[in-house]
Ligand binder design. Structure first.
Ligand code: CUA
Length: 309
């Protein structure tokens, strides 16, 4: 819904460029192969009542043609494409060795959101992955439940997040910007609403963001805070408070995110109020229960959450 600029053919990193190049070459080879086969078939059909080959020769010539064009050429072409894709593309787009990585980020797939952690810091967020530009970021992907697949087409290939395993992929953005990713493995009812937005920022901006995220939430004690501690704290965490729930996303700085529910709705007061009054209507099947709240309590809760900058 909020996705824009998701194009495999618009690479913004060296890895994505290699994948795009490979795609064009495979496309080109397929087109030439198809044209060749179609031409031979047409020729064969036109000459179906004649016993001889168009360039002379008998049975032997026909056998040579079948072996050469029908078996030899596909074998050579497919082997060449396999070697190129495996050795030159897949390996070079795989995660680099730790020595060459400037930064590690952990991404954990959930039904249906992405939990994002920055190792060695207290920073936790959801669905919006901030990375510095011109930095090799090693993403370590795991899952909290079923198989998900993390894919940011403009930055690199996809990786499957498989229970019990850690997969990794290198993300590198050559310019600041927003790169839209998706879950690309069917993972249940809301698979389609599992957006991962990568926000690539110049180093200083990224550092400021990370520094801000590490900070706990500002202390507050209004009605909204009370309602949250009563109704939401068993599932959500707000660092610096008594809310330590781990079922849903960390909400310490939720007001800084641009969307809610993994890109399903924009993050503003109206949509948040709608979400709180009936989350199953907005995103059917998600784990957020419908919490009964008076209109006043809901308004106070919205004000509290939207104040978590
Ligand atoms: Cu997660 Cu599809």
């Amino acid at each position: 819904m909020l996705a824009a600029g998701q194009n495999v053919l618009h690479p913004h990193s060296p890895a994505a460029q290699k994948i795009t190049d490979l795609w064009w070459v495979m496309f080109g080879v397929s087109v030439v192969g198809l044209a060749l086969v179609a031409t031979l078939l047409t020729l064969g059909w036109i000459r179906r009542n004649r016993a001889s080959l168009p360039f002379g020769g008998g049975e032997r010539g026909a056998t040579a043609l079948v072996i050469g064009l029908g078996i030899g050429m596909p074998l050579v072409l497919l082997t060449a494409l396999f070697v190129w894709s495996d050795i030159f593309v897949i390996r070079s787009t795989a995660a680099p060795s730790p020595r060459s990585t400037s930064m590690t980020v952990r991404v954990i797939g959930h039904q249906w959101f992405w939990e994002i952690r920055y190792p060695n810091t207290a920073a936790v967020t959801a669905n919006e992955l901030h990375i510095p530009t011109h930095t090799r970021v090693d993403v370590e992907g795991t899952t909290a439940d079923v198989i998900h697949s993390l894919w940011v087409p403009e930055l690199n290939r996809k990786i499957d997040l498989i229970p019990g395993r850690t997969s990794s992929v290198l993300l590198y953005a050559d310019r600041p910007g927003t790169y839209v990713g998706e879950c690309s493995e069917f993972c249940g009812l809301q698979h389609a609403h599992m957006l991962l937005t990568v926000i690539a920022q110049p180093r200083t901006q990224f550092d400021a963001w990370l520094h801000g995220n590490v900070e706990p939430a500002l202390a507050s004690s209004g009605t909204g805070t009370q309602v949250f501690m009563d109704k939401c704290a068993s599932c959500h965490q707000i660092r610096g408070t008594d809310a330590h729930g781990q079922v849903g996303p960390d909400l310490t700085h939720v007001a800084r995110r641009t969307t809610l529910a993994a890109g399903t709705i924009p993050n503003d007061r109206t949509h948040l109020a709608e979400w709180l009054s009936d989350p199953q209507h907005v995103k059917p099947g998600n784990k957020m229960p419908q919490v009964r709240l008076s209109a006043a309590d809901r308004a106070a809760l919205v004000a509290y959450l939207e104040g978590l900058k």
